[in-house]
Design a protein around this ligand. Sequence first.
Ligand code: 6PG
Length: 461
Amino acid sequence: MLNTIKSSIGVVGLAVMGANIARNFASKEYKTSVYNRTFARTQELVNEFPDHLDGFEELKDFVESLELPRKIIVMVKSGQPVDELIIELLKYVDQDDIIIDCGNSYWKDTQRRQEQLKHKVHFIGCGVSGGSLGALHGPSIMPGGEKHVVDQLLPYLRHVVAKDFLLNPCVSNIGEGAAGHFVKMVHNGIEYALMQSIAEIYNILRSNKYSNEHMRIVFSKLNQGNLQSYLLDITEDILESKIENGDYLLDLVLDKAESKGTGGWTVISAIELGVSIPSLSSALFARYANSQDHITTMIHPIYENLSSQDNLDSTIDEFSKILELNFFASYIQGFELIQKASDEYSWKVDIHEVLRVWEGGCIIRSQMISTLQSYIKLNKTLQIDFLTKYAQYIPKIRHFISQTRVSMATTNASLDYILTFLAPRLPTNLIQAQRDYFGEHTYVRIDSGDTVTGGWNKSKG
Ligand code: 6PG
C-alpha cells in the first residue's frame, strides 16, 4: 500500500476523462489519489499505475490521503452530480483545500458554487479541452477563480498540459470568478461553428457526388496554412475510416448531431450580454435542425433532385476562403463574447492568454490562432483594414453559394457578420425610427447627440 505518503493531487470521477487525467498525472510521476462511486473501476485503474495511483473505497479516506492544502479534481457529470459531490466533500475538507471542477459545468453554476462555498473551501471552475486523448496526453486547461488559489494549482497543471507554439504549457490563470468555465463554454461555441463550417464544405462535395477518398484529398489540401487544424485532421481520418467489408463508416452514421449543453449556453449567454454571435448560433441551430426527423424525411427527395442539378465549378481556393472566413468570424465572435463577459463581471480575462492556451491540446486549435494573436493586437483602424481583406472574398463566395443548393447556415452567418462589422452605417436607424413611430421609444439624433422622440409624418396612423 502507498498510503503512508500523501498524494499531490486527487481525482474524483473515473469515467473516460477523469481516468485519463489521473493516468496523465500518474505518468508524470505525481502520486495521485483516485476515487469513483464504483470501487471496481478504481481498482482497475490503480492496477495500471500501482506505483503512482492510490485508490480508495471511502471518500473520507480519499480526502485524508491528500497533502495539504488538498487539491481535488472533480470530473463528474455537470449539474446535480457536482452539487451532490460537493456536499459529500464538505464533510471532510478544510477551508484552505481546493476543489477544482474540471467538467463542462455551466458558468452560472460555478458562480453560485463559488458564492455558496466562500469560507468553506476554495472552488475553481476549470475548463479542460482535448477530448479523452487530450486528457491523457496533454489537454488545454482553463482554470478560473481566486487568483492566489489558481496560482497554487498552476505548477501541477503545467506538467500535464499540451504545449503552445513556443512550447510553453497550455494552461493559464484565465480570470476571476467563473471565467474558466465561461471561456471553455465559448471554446465549445466556437467548436460548434468550426465543425458546422467543415460540414458545409463536406455537404457541397457530397451533393456533387465526390467519393469519400476524393473528399479526403480536398480536406487534406484545405488543412494548410491558417486552416491547419485539429478538426480538419480528424475530418481526414474520419473520411478514410472503413468497416470490414470496405464500406465507409461515415456513410453509416445517422445524420443527427447531438449536443450536451455548452453550445446552447454560449448562445444564451450572448443573448444575456447583448453580443452578436451569428456563426456560433447558426451552428447550434443547424444541429437542432438535423434532429427534426420528420422534416428531413419530407424534404429528402426534393433535396436530391436539386442537388443533382448542382454545377460545382469551385476550386480548392474558394473552399479555403469559405473556411478561413468562417474560422475567423467564429473566433472573433467568441472573443467579443468573452471580452464583454469579462468586463461585465470584472473577471480580468486576457484574450492573448486565452488564445495562447488554445494553441495546443484543445479541440479548436489551429494555425489561425497566430493570425488572431496579431489581429487582436491591432487598433480598430488596422483591424478594419485586416477585415477588409476578408471582405474581398465575399463576392466570390456569394457567387459560389448561389450555385449550390445545400444549406450553408454558418457560412451565410459569417458573411453577414463580416459585412455588418464593416458597414459604415447599419439599417438599425430605420428600426429605431419605427420603434419610436409606434411606441415613442425615443432615438438618438446623430447631429446633436440628444435623445428625442417624434418628428414623424404619421399619415399611416
Ligand atoms: C473538448 C470538447 C469536449 C466535448 C464537448 C462535446 O473541448 O474537449 O468540447 O468538452 O467533446 O463537450 O460537446 P457536445 O456534446 O455539446 O457536442
